[in-house]
Ligand binder design. Sequence first.
Ligand SMILES: NC(=O)c1ccc[n+]([C@@H]2O[C@H](COP(=O)([O-])OP(=O)(O)OC[C@H]3O[C@@H](n4cnc5c(N)ncnc54)[C@H](OP(=O)(O)O)[C@@H]3O)[C@@H](O)[C@H]2O)c1
Length: 372
Amino acid sequence: MQRRTFLSTVAVGTAGLALAPLLASGQPTTTTAASGQLPRNDGTSRRYRPEHRVGLGGGLGLGNGRREWSEQHALQLLQTAWEQGIRYYDTSPWYGLGLSERRHAMLLASRAADDYLLSSKTGRMLIPEAGYSHDTWQGVNHFNYEYDYSASATRRSVEDSLQRMGVPSLDIVFIHDLSPDNQDMGDRWTEYMDQAVKGAMPELIKMRDEGLIKGWGMGVNELAPARAALERSDPDVTLLATQYSLLKHQDALDELFPLAREREHSFVLGAPLNSGYLAGGEYFNYSKDVPSEMRDKRQRYQQLAREHEVDLRTAALLFCNAPDVVSSVLHGASTPEQVRENVASMSARVPTEFWSAAKEQGLLAENAPVPA
Ligand SMILES: NC(=O)c1ccc[n+]([C@@H]2O[C@H](COP(=O)([O-])OP(=O)(O)OC[C@H]3O[C@@H](n4cnc5c(N)ncnc54)[C@H](OP(=O)(O)O)[C@@H]3O)[C@@H](O)[C@H]2O)c1
């Protein structure tokens, strides 16, 4: 038995044990999946693309980003996603410093890996430290972290993720937050990039060649590192967050999408609601410090949505799913109700007049694709 196979076999066993109390408490272990309702890619792309065009992000809700949710609540959230037909789950060791991945075990460890698509991330290695907590995540984590984009850390990180989730494989691995907006690194992101170009990237290519993963790419909130990876290596798919939404999209459209198109590269979009701002929340891109330009733009969109009797959150989700280079959109949710609403949005229609008025008013870029 190879080391990796051994690790994953052990992981399934231990995750199953950790789950036993929850599953015995009356929570259903099987669901009536409504799979098939949500849009999928047709599989004709020469380069790997995730099959499911709608995914659930495991950051804010499942990582306790804004509130400390119970395990029961997290399980209900995940089960609702499954019942609603969501089959793509994205998480990271960073989300709740291991918590989000451990919670995914509640849904995924007992299921066949072919029945869902799973991405996680690499770059932050978790280090046990009693009582450690980080202000990004509510509650005590007991895990500190350090950055390591070397080849050996990348493989170790993937193995650790498999163990936490009790799953035998990941479909996609994203190199996480190697980006100038990451306050831990700032301008030094280019040094980390050099390390990743020599370490994490060739290792992920090797893992792809070995068939251990299907694809890899950057998981970032800025265009520069996404572009650098495309220029310096051979990624399949970028998780691009906060750069493509109703509120901000011109730079991605002009500076990144054409290069991606040339390479048959695609994007999984994160933060389609700008972390909840387009659903009426008070956080814009994870901060309550909202730029006045964005406040103003949201107000104008809200007005337009009222005039056309459109739900703005729905328009925001559908807009993100429109470009040909987008292979999937990950919405975040902190309650089962939000999951249901976001899934329902995917089969809603927004009148053409809303999109043309948004372009006329300069809210939307002229060259921005809109849903058919
Ligand atoms: N660097 C990276 O790799 C990176 C960066 C960012 C995101 N991502 C990925 O993208 C995923 C999604 O990002 P995100 O969570 O910022 O996505 P988002 O969809 O823009 O925002 C999610 C938040 O919007 C609010 N919301 C969602 N549905 C709602 C509804 N129906 N009604 C009212 N409010 C609603 C909730 O806020 P409340 O919790 O306040 O209710 C929810 O937590 C992440 O989980 C992660 O997987 C990756």
